[in-house]
Design a binder for this molecule. Structure first.
Ligand code: FE2
Length: 255
């Protein structure tokens, strides 16, 4: 099973770099489409748009409509649940009465759990007993297959960058970590939010963060010829070895 992960496209229509953000998003989708073998699915781990506006989501879904693989998106702190819900696959969402955008992608060798760590009061992540209950219910719905969990905010201390804690409180992050350790079927965690690539873990579970697709918002040092090249992650699953992750530069060097 091959998963192409994209994240933090921060699509905007009114910023000085709006054209670049659209270009980065389109180049990544074109590159994913050219992969051979092709990915089974594409996941977007949040901050799809910058301001949560319907017209931004319209542009995002226009770009994503070019994707050959099915796309599963989740919310980041910049997203708006109501407008997101109107733009993306509402029939998948867990619990018809849940305010959260959380769901399971089935029909593949690895189950994919998409979590909602959006917090209305800050850019940091939030987790709650209710969300923990939903997560455990989604995990326990099938105990036969491995599970990869996608969270916008990484559930581990990120040692690169200014602030290692990406949740509102350490207790929230630890409650999410405890929930992830509920089942030994959880084999990987894929996140975004930090805008730079890094890795960590939830005890024995490997966890990774991909850089922002939006090159103007990407953190970290890049040589001049890569500054405007978007980067994304490809996660390949092998039943014996688990996931291996590749960072891929979309359509190579720009000359
Ligand atoms: Fe972001």
């Amino acid at each position: 099973m091959i998963i192409a992960q994209i994240s933090d496209t921060h699509l905007a229509l009114d910023t000085p770099d709006a054209r670049q953000r659209i270009d980065d998003f389109e180049r990544v989708i074109a590159d994913v489409n050219a992969l051979d073998p092709a990915p089974d699915i594409i996941v977007h781990t949040g901050d799809v748009v910058q301001n949560g506006l319907p017209e931004e989501y319209a542009e995002a879904t226009r770009i994503l409509s070019a994707a050959r693989a099915p796309v599963y998106a989740m919310v980041g702190n910049k997203d708006n649940r109501i407008n997101f819900r109107a733009a993306f696959t509402p029939d998948l969402y867990y619990g018809s009465d849940s305010e959260f955008i959380e769901y399971v992608v089935e029909d593949h060798p690895v189950r994919l759990l998409m979590l909602d760590t959006l917090n209305h009061t800050s850019n940091k992540g939030e987790f709650s007993p209710l969300r923990a209950r939903h997560l455990l219910e989604m995990i326990d719905a099938d105990n036969t297959r491995p599970i990869a969990v996608c969270t916008h905010h990484p559930p581990f201390e990120v040692q690169v960058g200014p602030d290692p804690l990406n949740f509102e409180t350490r207790q929230m992050m630890n409650e999410l970590r405890t929930a992830l350790l509920h089942s030994n079927h959880v084999v990987a965690v894929f996140s975004g939010h930090v805008h730079r690539g890094t890795v960590g873990c939830v005890e024995h579970i490997p966890a990774s963060v991909m850089p922002s697709v939006a090159t103007t918002l990407r953190k970290g040092e890049y040589p001049p010829h890569l500054i405007d090249c978007p980067i994304y992650h490809i996660h390949r699953f092998d039943p014996a070895r688990g996931f291996s992750t590749e960072s891929r530069i979309a359509d190579g060097y720009r000359t």
